[in-house]
Design a protein. Structure first.
Length: 354
């Protein structure tokens, strides 16, 4: 997934202390509305005489979900605010966090100038409003040019601490791991485990590995996904920018086909990930990727093949996976560039999966 030009990069209730992020932002939004209408939040008064802010748990990620990456930069795709992202998207990955000079540490700065004057205040309000509508908004780490390195315990701790700090500051529900320049499974697992300990089971954790990263459970990305399986939400592998790859039957399949989507998904489905942790990641338009674009109807055919055993190409899995999580696209901005042609077709279909 790319940051500067048109090449892509990509539900549980919280336990203490995970009752924070959306609870505070959603409650603040509710408080503002109630205050404007002259109503007061119920509950005992604080020592200062004001009613306390209500706590609200995050909405669970749907059993079948659509993930979209929202661009915090202008690379020629439609510039959006978070409020512009269509309702079809259940998980919105804000792209991207930035690396600091301290290995493993991340930060985030809204590109207000590149986004036409979109202010940090409005971004935070839009984020809270999306969450009030039941959406999950997470911070994505990496991208095609991302330089976040977690290669030892110290950097793992910094990653966990800084990611959690952003979740606390902005209200993000979790994190997306989109590291395309290498990943150390030992220390990324350590980092994500520490983050989960801080955030609780409400953490939304997604990944967007490249196809080569998920060809074998011995690969570092795949090993990381399996190591955090107990709290992993979904792996939305990038089924593009890769050329031909092996499917789970040992045959070679070309990108841009239904067989490529189904035969490569089968590798993850048959090597340790739960079906609910597997999603199909594709470009929203031909402009969004250097190769591997498929029409939204092909995405739907692949989803049907994997969940129902219908719509398959030459490859047909030996069994179906009705719990398959859904689909992802890079990006909501490139989707908007075509009048939301991708989410208008794929979104309802994901909702109707068995």
């Amino acid at each position: 997934m790319a940051r500067t030009y048109p090449l892509p990069h990509p539900g549980r209730r919280p336990s203490t202390p995970g009752l924070h992020r959306r609870g505070r932002l959603t409650a603040a939004l509710a408080a503002a509305v109630l205050g404007a209408s002259g109503l007061a939040l119920a509950g005992p008064a604080t020592a200062a005489g004001a009613a306390p802010t209500a706590q609200a748990a995050p909405a669970a990620v749907p059993a079948h979900a659509v993930t979209g990456y929202w661009q915090n930069f202008n690379n020629g795709a439609t510039v959006q605010t978070l409020a512009d992202v269509p309702d079809a998207y259940d998980i919105i990955a804000v792209s991207f966090a930035d690396a600091t000079a301290n290995p493993g540490e991340i930060t985030f700065t809204l590109d207000s100038a590149g986004l036409g004057g979109y202010t940090d205040e409005q971004f935070r309000a839009d984020l809270a409003a999306k969450q009030a509508d039941g959406k999950s908004v997470i911070i994505s780490v990496g991208g095609e040019k991302g330089a976040v390195a977690v290669n030892d315990s110290a950097s793992a701790q910094r990653f966990a601490d800084s990611t959690y700090a952003l979740m606390e500051e902005y209200g993000f529900d979790g994190v997306d791991i989109d590291l395309e320049n290498g990943l150390n499974s030992t220390y990324m697992t350590e980092a994500l485990t520490k983050l989960h300990e801080k955030a609780g089971d409400g953490l939304v954790l997604t990944m967007a590995p490249q196809t080569i990263d998920m060809q074998s459970p011995q690969n570092e990305y795949f090993k990381t996904a399996l190591a955090v399986k107990d709290f992993l939400t979904v792996v939305n592998m990038q089924y593009y920018k890769s050329g031909s790859m092996l499917g789970c039957d040992g045959q070679v399949y070309s990108q841009g086909t239904v067989d490529f989507l189904t035969a490569l998904a089968c590798i993850q489905l048959e090597n340790g990930l739960d079906a609910s942790q597997v999603g199909i990641g594709v470009p929203a338009s031909p402009k969004a990727a250097g190769g591997g674009y498929v029409e939204p109807s092909v995405v739907n055919a692949a989803l049907d093949c994997l969940t129902r055993g219908t719509g398959c190409g030459t490859f047909k899995p030996e069994k179906t996976y009705p719990a398959l999580r859904g689909a992802m696209t890079w990006s909501t901005n490139w989707d908007a560039d075509t009048g939301n042609a991708w989410s208008n077709v794929v979104g309802p279909h994901v909702d109707d999966l068995p």
